[in-house]
Design a protein. Structure first.
Length: 118
């Protein structure tokens, strides 16, 4: 049974940092990524990484502030978030897929709340 379990969310002041983790179990994935959904808004792509950990993609809104990385030995993907802004407040979802594609995923986590106070 495939599971994606996120952790690391919380409350942080603007300008602060958080690191999200997503541990996968049940199989390995070629692509792992992060999405987010703010209240009243649609879910949006944040970042993704292919298996090599070098081929990555970011949303323009987080470029230069967020960094995605992965530890394939631990089947875990991370999202280091820095210089956080109130508009980064959202539920962050981990996503994973066995194919090399950035924007479509078959597997999803339950989400972790990130709240950035001004």
């Amino acid at each position: 049974q495939v599971q994606l379990v996120e952790s690391g969310g919380g409350l942080v002041q603007a300008g602060g940092s958080l690191r999200l983790s997503c541990a996968a179990s049940g199989r390995t994935f070629y692509t792992m990524g992060w999405f987010r959904q703010a209240p009243g808004k649609e879910r949006e792509f944040v970042a993704a990484s292919l298996w090599d950990g070098v081929t990555t993609r970011y949303a323009d809104s987080v470029k230069g502030r967020f960094t995605i990385s992965r530890d394939n030995a631990k089947n875990t993907v991370y999202l280091q978030m820095s210089s956080l802004k109130p508009e980064d407040t959202a539920v962050y979802y981990c996503a994973a897929d066995p194919r090399p594609r950035f924007f479509e995923y078959d597997y999803w986590g339950q989400g972790t709340q990130v709240t950035v106070s001004s």
